[in-house]
Design a protein around this ligand. Structure first.
Ligand code: CUA
Length: 343
């Protein structure tokens, strides 16, 4: 039986989501920075306290039901109507004690929460800065440089050096978003016309998940920011490589693709350093093929996915700004061949 055509993009999307889940570690309970460690400790304190209180309440309830039943069997109706002074006093004492314990527990959790919050935002001065600008629905990343030509602009993936504090400058180009890198820190909003800061101190190299954590429109769920934490020397090699302009393609199809790219509608939105494409409405594509995902986590990078995405972006990300390219199949293949050279 043929699968309905409508289901195919959904199936591809589910597979892409599954495969990304396997590659990237996620979870606030797997901390790789002092801040995330503080948050996870706070989480466990809340968890065990809540479990302890919940168990206590259930045990007390079961005991009360049991006592109520056995007393109900033995007493007559008149005794029920006459209050037992000793029992009343005991009940009063129990309720007062339970209320006091509740107040103490809640106050302790509040204190733990306030101190944890203060601790995670008392981060040191970071020697390294990067800017993260949120868009509907993708991420723009700027790495600082000594001169303007040293600045690296990339999109939809964050590379960080392990062991070096990084100050992320958070901005938004449209609506309120929120950056959440669960293994690294708590959530921080990205607000239009306002800059927030998030200092990250990743300690353990690896690949980690990142998300937008504030509903920001139709494709909020497909606004992922995978993070690669790597040893400083690997990170600086990556940065140097990202600083290079796009390579001039050698193969004939890729050369045709480059021509189509720079003469066609792509240049209206995208930037490819070293070519005539210099627009900033969409993600920078200078090294797009070196990234793990397309369209902020919607699809894994591969020639097939790239072609599928270019054919009908709306099938994967309805509402995204990217229109279908409308190119005939042969030309689409050439453009994909060109994009594949952007590593
Ligand atoms: Cu951006 Cu949700």
């Amino acid at each position: 039986m043929r699968r309905p055509a409508r289901l195919r993009p959904l199936l591809a999307l589910a597979l892409a989501a599954l495969s990304s889940a396997c590659d990237y570690r996620r979870g606030a309970l797997d901390p790789i920075s002092p801040e995330a460690l503080t948050i996870s400790i706070l989480w466990w304190v809340f968890f065990w306290t809540a479990l302890f209180v919940f168990t206590g309440v259930l045990v007390a309830l079961a005991f009360a039901l049991y006592r109520g039943r056995s007393r109900g069997k033995s007493s007559d109706a008149r005794a029920e109507l006459t209050p037992d002074a000793a029992l009343e006093r005991r009940t009063e004492r129990a309720v007062t004690l339970a209320s006091a314990v509740s107040v103490v527990i809640l106050a302790s959790l509040l204190v733990a929460s306030v101190f944890s919050g203060r601790a995670i935002f008392r981060a040191p001065q970071a020697p390294f800065h990067a800017k993260v600008i949120a868009h509907q629905w993708w991420w723009e990343i700027h790495y600082q440089g000594k001169t303007a030509s040293d600045i690296v602009i990339t999109a939809n993936e964050l590379h960080l050096p392990a062991g070096i504090p990084v100050d992320l400058e958070l901005q938004s180009a449209d609506v309120i978003h929120s950056l959440w890198l669960p293994n690294l820190h708590g959530k921080r909003d990205l607000i239009p016309s306002h800059t927030n800061h998030l200092v990250l101190r990743p300690t353990r190299p690896g690949r980690y998940d990142g998300h937008c954590a504030e509903f920001c429109g139709l494709q909020h769920a497909r606004m992922e920011l995978p993070v690669t934490v790597e040893p400083p020397e690997v990170f600086s090699r990556w940065l140097t490589q990202q600083r290079l302009p796009a390579a001039v393609p050698a193969a004939a199809d890729a050369r045709r693709g480059a021509e189509l790219f720079t003469r066609g509608p792509c240049v209206l939105c995208h930037n490819v350093v070293g070519t005539e494409a210099s627009a900033t409405a969409g993600p920078d594509l200078t090294h797009v093929a070196s990234r793990p995902f397309l369209a902020a986590g919607a699809l894994q990078i591969s020639p097939l996915n790239m072609r599928t995405w270019l054919t009908d972006p709306q099938a994967f990300k309805p509402g995204a700004q990217m229109p279908p390219t409308g190119l005939p199949p042969g030309e689409l293949d050439d453009v994909v061949a060109y994009l594949e050279t952007l590593r």
